[in-house]
Design a protein. Sequence first.
Length: 94
Amino acid sequence: MVLGVRTSENIGRHRRGSGDAALEHAALFYDGDDDLISGVVDRVRDGLEAQDTVVVALPLPHLEAVRDALGGDAGAIVLQDVQRLGRNPARLVP
């Protein structure tokens, strides 16, 4: 397990740094909105259980769906509209 997130066949990983200072970007491959929302929510809850800092950056419609699906857990993470963060999402991850 890396930073409280289990590895599975539907996640791609980008990791930078080591130990407590490490940053991990997990890309979720999905088939449709429901698959995206359930996959993100599962990973967020895994991260919260491991007491990791969790940041989710998605386009606003998906972000709102994730927030709704998380219920009370949404207040424990950082939710960011990826379209406001930058035009090229590939440049958001160091």
